[in-house]
Design a protein around this ligand. Structure first.
Ligand SMILES: Nc1ncnc2c1ncn2[C@@H]1O[C@H](COP(=O)(O)OP(=O)(O)OP(=O)(O)O)[C@@H](O)[C@H]1O
Ligand SMILES: [Mg+2]
Length: 218
């Protein structure tokens, strides 16, 4: 059967990118996909550290995305990392998978990892507004991009559906996940916890007439 979409039938030439906010399940889904296909898994962060594209600053690594761009071999590989849209150009990929996770569940995953509160809020906010998804839309041909919600779907199911996309059995789909329009305000508040609970008290409260006083005036 002829493969659908733009993918070549030659399985050896498949070049897949997996990205998403930290904790959306890139590592888990990528290794599951690598296990059920002949694609080799490669982590962008590990590649950057091993090949001196990363500088250690305190407890974190800062990756030189400008220098790293275009340097990762993608052929017959699953290249995975949140920096994908910044370091792997459109011409080097056949399929881009963006993993998403609801802000509330993402907070729980970060709490389990014992992330500091500042880092939790920063990453939850980035997922809420879809920073990585937007970067993918800018970087890649929209026909190559597919999006999966990992909030309730098992990583193995997502890996299997990704394989179906690679084989052309399923068509890529993108743009249905929007936490800003589908979440309730209370779920946002709990995902961000106390961040917006404090505000400045205005110096002077403007006086205004009571309804009764207004009535008597006219
Ligand atoms: N589809 C999924 N359903 C439920 N839980 C998942 C799913 N995918 C991953 N997880 C869980 O979420 C956590 C984060 O997964 P993982 O380490 O793969 O994320 P990541 O995107 O690689 O994160 P980072 O960018 O920080 O490396 C893990 O505890 C994993 O078990
Ligand atoms: Mg990871």
């Amino acid at each position: 059967m002829e493969a659908r979409g733009q993918f070549k039938t030659d399985f050896e030439s498949r070049r897949v990118g997996i990205t998403g906010s930290p904790g959306t399940g890139k590592m888990t889904v990528s290794s599951a996909l690598s296990n059920i296909s002949n694609l080799e898994f490669i982590s962008i962060n590990e590649f950057a550290i091993k090949n001196h594209f990363a500088k250690r600053v305190g407890l974190e690594y800062v990756i030189d995305t400008r220098r790293l761009r275009g340097k990762i071999e993608t052929r017959n590989r699953v290249v995975s990392g949140h920096l994908l849209p910044y370091v792997v150009p459109n011409k080097d990929l056949d399929l881009v998978i963006v993993l998403r996770c609801s802000p509330r569940t993402l907070r729980k995953r970060y709490e389990a990892r014992k992330y500091p509160e500042r880092k939790i809020v920063e990453n939850v906010e980035a997922e809420m507004i879809g920073v990585i998804a937007a970067a993918c839309v800018q970087a890649y041909d929209p026909k190559k991009i597919s999006e999966f919600d990992t909030t309730r779907t098992k990583p193995e199911t997502i890996a299997q559906r990704s394989l179906d996309l690679i084989k052309g059995k399923e068509a890529p789909f993108f743009g249905s996940i929007d936490w800003l329009s589908t979440s309730t305000p209370s779920s946002f508040t709990s995902a961000l916890q106390g961040k917006y609970n404090t505000f400045n008290i205005p110096k002077r409260i403007t006086r205004f007439a009571s309804p009764r006083a207004r009535k008597s005036k006219y």
